[in-house]
Design a protein around this ligand. Structure first.
Ligand code: ATP
Length: 215
């Protein structure tokens, strides 16, 4: 696998409509081995920034660069491929498919990468055990708690051992002990050479990051 060493936002601008301008000329560099907290008041644009960095939204100006290569304006299929191979994304609301089991939710991204299901399930079960949700593998998202759903979303994001992990309020619904497990896993990703960006209000998570950027 290509080892990604750097994620960069260069002069990013984004607006949902002419009167909802969220970012203007926003730049930052995220290096491998870092856990960067993006903070700011509600509505400042943290989630929007994560969607831009995660190539789910296209900026109206500026670029996102992965290892110096501009990727924000690639065709949809190329961005989707890059997302599947290099990025793990944890959404603020977990965004699980209510019709599928927890295990299927975690392993579904393996399909996009054409990874065989059996090894994906082994890895998914390892992650579930680590986050304490292994007993919920056959449940549907409607049958688990918000904190469990958030941990399931983390398992899904980490399934492919991505080089870049973007997490929107990853400790938002978690008690201290579970948040600590999540933070340790994010540190492990960074220690292995990954780049981690978290959008958060959580003072404890912020204190455990290696750098803080305020929006
Ligand atoms: N789909 C959308 N359409 C229109 N406006 C939107 C949309 N999503 C977000 N916004 C607006 O864009 C701005 C930034 O929203 P965003 O969710 O990125 O902020 P945030 O900093 O993550 O907030 P929070 O901390 O409350 O999650 C807000 O004013 C929000 O109302």
């Amino acid at each position: 696998m290509t080892v990604v060493t750097r994620l960069e936002a260069r002069g990013l601008g984004f607006a949902y409509s002419p009167d909802v301008v969220v970012l203007e000329g926003w730049s930052a560099l995220f290096e491998a081995g870092e856990i960067v907290a993006v903070t700011g008041p509600s509505g400042a644009g943290k989630s929007t920034l994560m969607y831009l960095l995660g190539l789910m939204l296209v900026p109206r100006s500026g670029e996102v660069l992965v290892d110096g290569i501009p990727v924000a304006h690639l065709p949809d299929t190329d961005r989707a491929r890059l997302r599947a191979s290099e990025f793990g994304f944890v959404f603020q609301d977990a965004s699980l498919d209510a019709t599928r089991t927890v295990l299927d939710n975690i392993t579904e991204t393996a399909l996009y990468r054409r990874t065989p299901r059996a090894p994906a399930c082994v890895r998914a079960r390892e992650l579930m055990a680590r986050f304490g949700v292994d007993l919920r593998a056959e449940h549907r998202p409607g049958q688990i708690s918000g904190g469990q759903a958030q941990r399931v979303a983390l398992c899904r994001a980490l399934l492919a051992s991505p080089q870049i992990v973007l997490a929107d309020e990853p400790t938002g619904n978690l008690d201290h002990a579970t948040a600590e497990i999540v933070i340790e896993v994010l540190h492990h990703v960074a220690h292995e050479g990954g780049t981690v960006v978290v959008a958060t209000h959580d003072p404890y998570l912020i204190s455990r990051c290696t750098r803080v950027i305020a929006l």
